[in-house]
Design a protein around this ligand. Sequence first.
Ligand SMILES: NC(=O)c1ccc[n+]([C@@H]2O[C@H](COP(=O)([O-])OP(=O)(O)OC[C@H]3O[C@@H](n4cnc5c(N)ncnc54)[C@H](OP(=O)(O)O)[C@@H]3O)[C@@H](O)[C@H]2O)c1
Length: 267
Amino acid sequence: MTPQTTIELRSGNAMPVLGLGTWQLTDHTAETIAKALELGYPMIDTSGDYGTQPGIGEGIERSGMARDAFFLVTKVEETDDAYQAVKDNLDQLKLDYADLMLIHRPPPQGPGTELWEGLMRARDEGLTRDIGVSNYSAGQIDALIEATQETPAVNQIEWSPFGHSDAMLRHAKAHRMVIQAYSPLTREKRLDDAVLKRVADSHGKTPAQVLIRWNLQLGTVPLPKANQEKHLHEDLDVFDFSLSDDEMNTLSQLNEHYSSLGRLPYI
Ligand SMILES: NC(=O)c1ccc[n+]([C@@H]2O[C@H](COP(=O)([O-])OP(=O)(O)OC[C@H]3O[C@@H](n4cnc5c(N)ncnc54)[C@H](OP(=O)(O)O)[C@@H]3O)[C@@H](O)[C@H]2O)c1
């Protein structure tokens, strides 16, 4: 595996195995994005409500990166007119298309059929290559598929050794959906866990790098966020070591359905 390794989406399109998160990437967004692309981050994750899209657009421009050299994920909000929100997001990003557009969270009532149809229209018109969801439970995904016959390419959910679900992973695999792991570093809250530290020390790596690597080997796609340049380097430097099966199991057993944001939306 390298930063250029990709995973195949159900559409047949290729998605990178790791991306940079940008929620609360508030300082110097354009510089950070240009730097991240230069370092080799192959994917950027954002959303209409992060406030980072204009800075990301500027960072992409500054980097001079060809459009097909990076993968851009963004999201529409549950209160949006989804089709219009796709266009607004692209305007802010100064891009002609996104690689992946997600419904940020399910609306309070129903699985979000209307939002989903707006994204399907945007995809059919070439405004995004693939469409998916975020913060959906297996039941909500099943209801969406039943209503529209269209399966999401991706479900983006909070996911780490401390909070994950075998049932959710099996459900995703059965539908050929990819899980993107948000808050993969537990927003720093569990980095000093003793088991995690022991595994990290034995590889000469940091706890954050082990959390990212655990996702890569599980086949889930981590989106670590980093403002600091030191962290940007560190989070990409995860392709020169592997966790053994025993270490993967030990880390997975740390599961306590932990959420750094309060609640795992899929449990
Ligand atoms: N779909 C959704 O509802 C949803 C929800 C939450 C997040 N997300 C996405 O997922 C991304 C990541 O999640 P997140 O931002 O919540 O949390 P995260 O990536 O788990 O943690 C980010 C924190 O970890 C620190 N950090 C980064 N690299 C580190 C390293 N190598 N060692 C120690 N600390 C390190 C960062 O510090 P510095 O910034 O100071 O470098 C920051 O404080 C978001 O940015 C967003 O794109 C999506």
